[in-house]
Design a protein. Sequence first.
Length: 537
Amino acid sequence: MILLRRRLLLIVLPLAVLLSLLLFRQVSETTYSVRQNSEDTSIASRLTDNRKEHGFTSSSLRVVHLDLKGAPPKISYLLQLLPLLAANGCTGLLIEYEDMFPYQGSLVNISAKNAYTQQQIIELVSWAQHLGLEVIPLIQTFGHMEFVLKLPEFRHLRELDTFPQEVCPRASGTLDLLQEMIRQVMGLHSRARYLHIGCDEVYHLAVCPRCTHSGRGGREIFTEHVTQVAELVKSEYPEVTPIIWDDMLRRWDPVYLSRSSLGVLVEPMVWAYSDNITRLVPHYLWYWYSKTFPRIWVAGAFKGANLPTSVLPDVRLHYNNQKSWLRFLARSNTDTKIAGYVLTGWSRYDHFAILCELLPPSIPSLLLNLILVSTQESDNIVLDMWKRTLKCGPRSKLTVDLMSSNHRPLALDCSFPGLKAFLVTSKYMSLKSKVDHFYKVVTEQKAWMTPYNVKYNFTSPYRVLEEYRLTEGYQLIKEIKRFRNETKDTFSEFFDDHTIEEWIEQRIVPMDEKLTYLETISNKLLLKRTWPRRPFS
Ligand SMILES: *[C@@H]1O[C@H](CO)[C@@H](O)[C@H](O)[C@H]1NC(C)=O
Ligand SMILES: *[C@@H]1O[C@H](CO)[C@@H](O)[C@H](O)[C@H]1NC(C)=O
Ligand SMILES: *[C@@H]1O[C@H](CO)[C@@H](O)[C@H](O)[C@H]1NC(C)=O
Ligand SMILES: *[C@@H]1O[C@H](CO)[C@@H](O)[C@H](O)[C@H]1NC(C)=O
Ligand SMILES: [Zn+2]
């Protein structure tokens, strides 16, 4: 059986590559040529209108992802931000609440203690709808359910007890849990036309005894579960289309995929965040996706996709990610409609991770990518519109590469919601590199305060005092303490106290601790007045 399938694959795969190559024709340069002498630079006038019925057209949604599972902004900040997004071509929001949704009743413990209130969510959703944004809620229903399965009361629903990520689709209680989550979230999104049901990164699949004894493989169990959840959504909300992330389908035998029931039940959201997306989404895969699904969503990233501990987005990388997607979509000539283009902005890599890039300082990256995706104009025009929308003065230092480097401007002649947070974050990066450098010099490059010196209490007091320029250390400590207060003050416009404390603990406290350590050991080393003969032990 397996051998037979392999043989089939050997025939089918090269055929698929050939077919897809034939189907992808080069779109003439003029489609996205620069419109010259255009006085009107508003985004609305530049929205792509190539009158195609298929592919990525002006009727495809342009969606911004709000990942609220990390550093959820204050609702007041989000309300202020939405009109700016709408004015720059955004037509939808993909809202991933995770534990920030105010679950009730049997689900009450799923919510963070600082979750939004129902009233706040109603306010956010109605403001978005008023601005003409399609609101798409996201609920995890398979993998990435750490925020639920970490709790003792849901532990029995894990696929493997060691890993609180995936639910077991065959555990009794799983579907009831998912149904209740869906009901509660949909209760506050009565006008939603789409529901994203997650289903990415289901690493542990078909491995528990319940699943292995069923005699079915991973993709069969995956298909069954997604089908059940999608049918559950459709039976209660017939107007709602379920969306899933595509990554679990990528390695499937394309014939299996195209024959599965998923094509009529869900729409896939194909994510790829690198600057060469064909590595993740080769043309033959796209060919089979478009054979299977009449509509496909695509997703690039504007933050949270580079390094899980990043502080500011690598704007160049994300810009090139969008360019790679747009090139790819322009070449594709299938019947598939691109339902929407999503700009994801991850706030942590999963529920257990520390924070990565915050939203307010990432607004420049978000707007640059949004303008590019909305207008598909040339670099010069996109950059021009970017500076204008960020209200940058003529002498502004804003460039894509400067915004991608580790040394970002500490002053920026611009004005956008998030600027103050951007400046604080840039200052953090510069302070961190100062502290790290100082620490490395003192403990590694110089020979008098290394771990060996500390272990044997053996050093030259003169070197400790003079060479290490402890005055620099003392100055740095003071600067860090001032910076901690400045961060608190500035961030209070964007985040609640819990988020501010979390960021300070993850970013500022480690700097403080490094310097305090140096201060403590230098004080100890300086107490010594006589020293032992070598060898010490
Ligand atoms: C929520 O957690 C508390 C404390 O662990 C527990 O006493 C309570 O029963 C839980 N509530 C529900 C609905 O599970
Ligand atoms: C992107 O990756 C593919 C597959 O690895 C490779 O063939 C192609 O040359 C790359 N394109 C660019 C622009 O680097
Ligand atoms: C920081 O703020 C605290 C509390 O408001 C205050 O006691 C402290 O002196 C401030 N530290 C610096 C260095 O500004
Ligand atoms: C180093 O020497 C000082 C002065 O004798 C003493 O107070 C301190 O405890 C010693 N530290 C260690 C780590 O031995
Ligand atoms: Zn199982």
